[in-house]
Ligand binder design. Structure first.
Ligand code: I3S
Length: 128
């Protein structure tokens, strides 16, 4: 299971290694390309790093290492998406701008924890 990094920063909620593929950009379908990604949930954003050197809780800090991409969770939607992949433990994240990602882990407890934590952030932003 991922280390408990709560307390490192008031904004840093979670970080860990997941498999990721983008499947749509602005509503346009993309060809899948699964890759391991270091995923950091900080503030209202989910930030993706591909550099293995980024795999530590300081990685999100400005200037430490460059993210591959970043997703604004405001207005985003989550759903389990085992129908969209032959992989197990897959969920889809859709941003308000129509970008879609699949996130996956071999470890069911770990992916459930990510789903729950991201959904909590989305719900919090919905209430603002
Ligand atoms: O949903 P798809 O199109 O069956 O996804 C598979 C393909 O993208 C495949 O690559 P090709 O574009 O070369 O066919 C990927 O290698 C697979 O990983 C994709 O399926 P999974 O079930 O792994 O999401």
């Amino acid at each position: 299971s991922s280390p408990d990094i709560e307390g490192v920063s008031p904004e840093l909620e979670k970080a860990g290694l997941l498999n990721k593929t983008k499947i749509a950009e602005g509503g346009r379908k993309l060809r899948k390309n699964w890759n391991p990604s270091w995923v950091v949930l900080v503030g209202n954003s989910l930030v993706f790093f591909k550099d293995p050197k980024s795999q530590n809780p300081d990685s999100w800090k400005p200037g430490n290492s460059r993210p591959e991409s970043s997703v604004d969770l405001r207005g985003a939607q989550l759903q389990w998406a085992d129908d969209l992949s032959s992989r197990k433990n897959v969920f889809k994240l859709r941003t308000i701008t129509g970008n879609e990602f699949l996130l996956q882990s071999e470890t069911e407890s770990l992916i459930r924890e990510w789903y729950r934590t991201i959904q909590n952030v989305i719900d919090r932003l919905d209430k603002e």
